[in-house]
Write a protein that binds this ligand. Sequence first.
Ligand code: SF4
Length: 732
Amino acid sequence: MTETRSTCPYCGVGCGVIIQSEGAQITGVRGDPDHPANFGRLCSKGNSLHLTAAAALAPQTRLLQPLQRAQRGATPQPLAWDAALHLAATRIADTVQQHGPDAVAVYASGQLLTEDYYVFNKLTKGLLGTNNLDTNSRLCMSSAVAGYKATLGADAPPACYDDLQHAGCLFITGSNTAWAHPVLFRRIEDAKAANPALKIIVADPRRTETAEIADLFLPLQPGSDVRLFHGMLHTMLWEGWIDSAYIERHTHGFDALKTLVREATPERVARDCGLDMQDVLQAARWFALGGAVETTAQRAPTLSLYCQGLNQSSSGTAKNAALINLHLATGQIGKPGAGPLSLTGQPNAMGGREVGGMANLLSAHRDLANPDHRAEVAALWGVDDVPAQPGKTAIELFEAAADGQIKTLWIACTNPAHSLPDQATVRRALQRAEFVILQDAFATTATAAYADLLLPATTWGEKLGTVTNSERRISRVRAAVPPLGQARHDWQIATQIAQRLEARLRPGQPSLFAYDTQHAELGAEQIWNEHRASTRGRDLDITGLSWALLDRAGPQQWPLPEGAQQGQARLYAEGVFPTADGRARFAAQPWQPVAEPRSARFPFSLNTGRLRDQWHGMSRTGQLARLMAHAPEPALQMHPQDMERQRLQPGQLVAVRSRHGQLVVPVQADAGLGLSQVYLPMHWGSEYLGGRSHDGQAVGGVNAVTTPAFCPQSKQPELKHAAVSVQAVELP
Ligand code: SF4
């Protein structure tokens, strides 16, 4: 039996795992006791990785060789890798030359490794000349990115997991950490056990398992987060709990924010948020003073943990910024136990942000809008320029494809025909695009049915490279078994297509993609070295983090510049921020309610999210009985009083209708929900939920009913709220 150190491929906690294998079979996993994210612990999903890997090996789920569809709807037929790569490159180059580079788009994934991301980013923005590269991280983290940049000046979470041990107050908002980041939640439980004085506040419209650990639970109305944070700041100002010296020395813009929150009295805020006024006051006190202390002189640290409840919103950036404002106003940042720590949903959404793998980002936290940054990246890549025009973000990209603007769509390691909102538009886009390339490990996704060319990619256990978790910690991902069938690594596929594209788009010039595709470990290291060189002098400088150091010293947090011996646990200890003048900025953004308020026709607020034991569209976790046992079928959760009012029985089928579509699902009672609120897990797709758009397309899945409304700054869609009706289905 061989043991290989790697990283869990699910959530942004980024737990270290040791993979046990015999020959080409993964036979077991255990938590890596030396990994600083989990110290040997794994959750139910992590503990089942060897079983889902075995299930993934089943020929009926894995894509084992390149396949081509002669026409849509036909059974795809095998073709050789060389022919498949040639076909992909030819169609992309033809599109660029006939319609311009913006007629090509790449839609990728926060499941990709940093090296995969790097090559896709360079290929799209450097070689093709379009910024049309976006990823499903847009559904997950883009509001956190925009919130950090708007206030602290860079997309850099300033705190770390160890801060749990130092905090006097923990503010968990918009995160069911117990289910979505289970191993981190174990660390929260440990912190509470070690420090009974630790005060935990949980703000969430649902009373989740996370709320069970709270000293104060705030069941706020959906979309009222900014209102709550403004009310807390108003209270802090009134009570004299702010840190005026910190504000004076290290920030800008407090006066405008003060003016904005002047009318946010606790009475009004409590009414708008559906909360008890005393609870708003208590939350403000504990947050500002860092727990149950009496004066600012005794101030203890406050750490915030937050996730999709803030991010997946039509005002996601304002929510993130309003929370960070609280940290700046109270000086709760840059010291042990304090700071705003956003939790990443996917395992490497952070790595993707680092290489600039989104439509509005550039390598190493450079800005697309900055001509100097574009010139720096062009010089690093050896190209003439990087286009200034921002690319299309996820929702915009599929809307453009549905309008016929995107001719060739290349999708890697994600399933937009399940996960994006407004599925009617997404399906139209996939049908209308003239050529769809899908690069994935799994052949069974809803998106696979639309692909003209399917390219088999490696998956966890076979892949190698790096990922970055929520606390900026970079870990190695290592291969324990060889690729199954003819699968290749995502960066290898992108590189091999890029090399063929160069023959058409840059004939006779030296290759920009001279990575060793024959020796995967070497090729991945070459890409890593190019990426880390691009970070020189930037806030995330990792020029000192060689592949050898990662192997020798284990996972490291950025920054780790040349000469440093180890990474940096927390940022902004000196109160100097990566802005032009070194000061953080208060973002005075007003409270905006949800995009689709409840109405007489659609009287319920639909919230969507994860279950404890499932992952995304269940490509992996849905294969395993032991994980399915936690929730064997989808169900709409509803407050028992609402069920009674609607004359619904548990298990009864209901039709959920929104302005966008409808689906059918059994209903279940959940007293943890507020009245007029319902909750539906995001995992089940078309095959389980009889969904339809209003134009009659079968679209299924929870996203038959979600809204395409998105935050105007981060472009992250509002997956946490749609107004719906719920009615019993009359069976014939
Ligand atoms: Fe994997 Fe997240 Fe569970 Fe850790 S907490 S084992 S990273 S799913």
